[in-house]
Design a protein around this ligand. Structure first.
Ligand code: NCD
Length: 312
């Protein structure tokens, strides 16, 4: 299904495809626990990481994922490339494609750039985050993390809190968890809730108490300062008081609710220091799962044996 196609967004995936990726990722987690964390699955394959926007978790985990599968991984740095000589993004991408990579992973601050590049490349493209549009691998690793904690996704209540309007993580998770049968709710200051968010099948709240009532999963989002055109809330202190999650506010959710955040966390704003570091937050599980999830995706997109490829 995914072979040779890449992944631009969760919106394009069927539930069965999400299940396949999560099952494959669950099997990949074991490789990260070995002394020798490497299997030969992608030996001889080349992966290019093309990041036009800063990244810690996503870029590093794609690199580690490729290396654990024995691929050759090239990290393209936009600042030291011919982009600084005004070569266009499309020309840059086509140049790299002529070196016959087996997969190109792209992050860009403008929504739609990975799709635009995918349209002209031979290599399959994986979207590592485009503007405020989608961040599909983040949603997949989030679903994997929740599944490990709750043994299901179907029937869960997932509350996503914060800067919904500017968050690609929110959008991909709304698609993903909804496709998997969870109830997704969102909450934030009215200026951070996109108009007509309900068309995505979610219910919007402006009260933290209401959105958390009965929630199994509490997902806080980073305030996307780089995407805000003006002030969306009166002050950081007021945001933290109204929508920041701490242990007292977490009591509105179910007793066994887990707390998530895609990182990087603005400590003391979206999450209290205590919750950023301790259970029930699963933030480092999310990071760890990011490697296994990206291994699974690379395997499904480029790595199956030629014989299988020929049959499909
Ligand atoms: C997210 C991103 O870049 O979209 N980070 C990540 O990939 N883990 C979230 C964010 O920057 O807020």
């Amino acid at each position: 299904m995914l072979l040779g196609k890449g992944l631009l967004g969760i919106e394009d995936l069927e539930r069965s495809e999400i299940e396949l990726i999560l099952e494959t990722a669950q099997r990949m987690t074991e490789i990260g626990t070995r002394d020798v964390k490497k299997v030969p699955t992608l030996r001889g394959r080349t992966l290019i990481n093309l990041f036009f926007e800063p990244s810690t978790r996503t870029q590093t985990s794609f690199e580690i994922a490729g290396k654990r599968l024995a691929a050759d991984v090239v990290n393209f740095s936009a600042s030291s490339s011919s982009l600084s000589k005004k070569e266009s993004i499309l020309d840059t991408a086509k140049t790299l494609d002529a070196m016959d990579p087996d997969c190109v992973v792209i992050r860009h601050k403008v929504a739609g750039v990975p799709k635009r590049i995918a349209d002209v490349l031979n290599a399959p493209v994986i979207n590592a985050g485009d503007g405020a549009h989608e961040h599909p691998t983040q949603a997949l690793l989030d679903m994997l993390t929740v599944f490990q904690q709750k043994d299901r996704l179907d029937g869960l209540t997932v509350a996503i809190i914060g800067d919904i309007a500017h968050s690609r993580v929110a959008r991909s998770n709304i698609y993903g968890f909804s496709k998997m049968g969870a109830e997704v709710r969102v909450a934030g200051p009215p200026t951070m809730l996109p108009p007509a968010i309900e068309v995505l099948g979610v219910k919007a709240y402006t009260s933290l108490r209401e959105v958390l009532d009965g929630a199994d999963v509490v997902m806080a989002l980073r305030i996307q300062n780089e995407r805000l055109e003006g002030a969306c809330f009166p002050s950081v202190r007021e945001y933290a008081a109204t929508f920041g999650i701490d242990r007292a506010k977490l009591r509105y959710a179910k007793d066994d609710a887990i707390v998530m955040h895609p990182g990087p966390v603005n400590r003391g704003v979206e999450l209290s220091h205590d919750l950023a570091d301790h259970r029930p937050s699963v933030i480092l599980d999310q990071v760890r799962n990011g490697v296994a999830l990206r291994m699974a995706l690379l395997y499904l997109v480029v790595g199956r044996p030629q014989t299988l490829r020929a049959q499909e």
